[in-house]
Design a binder for this molecule. Structure first.
Ligand code: GLP
Length: 267
């Protein structure tokens, strides 16, 4: 696991975007269409903004790329502005100039949710798998909506949100009661199949979760800790989110001494 400690959220976004762009360009170089896994929430917004700038400046072309979102609420009406289908359209598909028919979100509106989950797994397979997965982390250590005690091998399925996650996400709704109780989410096994994982986190509120993900034991109680088993995971955090890390100085020293070929150049 690579741990990169940045000054602030904007630098986290710039570094994560450069990393995603590097993977995308390598895939495109061998004549393939890149598949990007995308997350909702506040954490990746700086990454999307930096990616949008690369697209705008002509340094990155995602017009043939596909995207797969991690999760979707169950129980919101179609077209609800906080449904992840809408959030991904606004924050990812449009600014990154991606084709809307290539941007996928689990169908949390389906009558048959189990079938929708199976179809989503198949769609990811059919696209050739995810090349690079962008992740945030919940304050309780969840990735996607894989709440504590999720199977480390899980696939896309229906989950129940914890009270803490519902409270965290209440800021997006008029009243806390409006936050749905259920969701469809890629499983931890699904996420682990991505060829690269890039987790971003900023702010003191994420310090405990980041410590658990990076340095804690691998445990379903902190689902993001499964990334310790991923062969190509990069965790990019600001100083506040890094503040509980025991080996912070080591990560900084490692980054300062990276050989050029391993360095991600900020765009
Ligand atoms: C949300 C999403 C996750 C996200 C996490 C953190 O509910 N399902 O994909 O990473 O919770 O959100 P934020 O980045 O807003 O703190």
């Amino acid at each position: 696991m690579d741990v990169i400690i940045c000054r602030d959220d904007a630098e986290v976004g710039a570094y994560a975007a450069a990393k995603v762009a590097k993977v995308a360009q390598a895939v495109q170089k061998v004549g393939k269409n890149v598949v990007i896994g995308v997350a909702t929430g506040s954490s990746p917004l700086a990454t999307y903004a930096a990616l949008a700038k690369l697209v705008e400046d002509g340094k990155l072309d995602l017009s043939q790329a596909s995207a797969f979102a991690l999760d979707e609420y169950v129980g919101l009406p179609q077209g609800h502005p906080e449904s992840y289908r809408e959030v991904i359209r606004r924050t990812v598909a449009e600014p990154l100039r991606m084709r809307s028919d290539r941007v996928h979100v689990p169908d949390g509106f389906a009558d048959d949710l189990e079938q929708a989950a199976a179809d989503y797994e198949q769609a990811i397979k059919d696209a050739g798998g995810v090349d690079v997965q962008i992740l945030g982390v919940g304050s309780n250590g969840h990735i996607g909506f894989n709440e504590p005690t999720s199977s480390l091998n899980s696939r896309t399925r229906i989950k129940t949100l914890t009270p803490r996650t519902r409270a965290d996400n209440a800021r997006f709704f008029d009243t806390p009661e409006q936050v749905p109780h259920h969701c469809l989410t890629q499983g931890l096994g699904t996420i682990m199949d991505a060829r690269h994982c890039v987790l971003v986190a900023s702010g003191q509120g994420k310090a405990e979760a980041v410590k658990a993900v990076v340095e804690g034991p691998i445990t379903a109680m902190f689902p993001g800790s499964v990334l310790q088993m991923h062969p190509a995971a990069t965790v990019i955090v600001d100083e506040a989110a890094a503040s509980a890390l025991e080996l912070g100085d080591y990560y900084r020293q490692m980054y300062d001494n990276l050989p050029d070929w391993q360095r991600v150049v900020l765009g």
